[in-house]
Design a protein around this ligand. Sequence first.
Ligand code: MN
Length: 202
Amino acid sequence: MFKLPELPYVFDALEPYIDARTMEIHYTGHHAAYVKNLNDTLKDYPELQDKSLTDLLCDLNALPEKIRTSVRNNAGGDYNHTFFWPLMTKNAVLGPLEKSAQGINKTFGSFEQFQKQFNDAAKSRFGSGWAWLVVNKQSNLEVTSTANQDCPISQGQEPILGLDVWEHAYYLKYQNKRVDYIQAWWHVVNWQQVEDNFRKVC
Ligand code: MN
């Protein structure tokens, strides 16, 4: 059965950019619900319970049709949030490191150009979803976004950086001002984790 992974910091660690109450509800409410719903979905499918989130999400078409949408949403929700938490830290440096910095500069021209594309993806995702920096099937860096809890790995892409733009991620502090949340979030991005993610793929 799937378990809620530990949060790598306390709820108020990312104040004032991400407030403690939002972090608590996001983790103990939303993320925990994805894990519970995934386990409920798989309860009659013991052969799927030993699979990893990656196994489930990389080949959604292999799943029984009856549970495919629920696995897509809830395994996706678990994967995306498990990926998201370590991408933030209270000890943030201000930009990409080493190999990932080189990759970003090569693909986008500069960090600022990358940041603009990423901000646009995060702002323009209609409704709930995520903005991503991924390594695509051609092994190039690319900014993308997904709806709902859809996960880049279901499209053959490896996520390097991701931002949750569901209202549950920011509404208590930022209300309808998603742009303010996006701007604040850059202050807590864990570029060491981005570097580690990039080196795992490239
Ligand atoms: Mn979320």
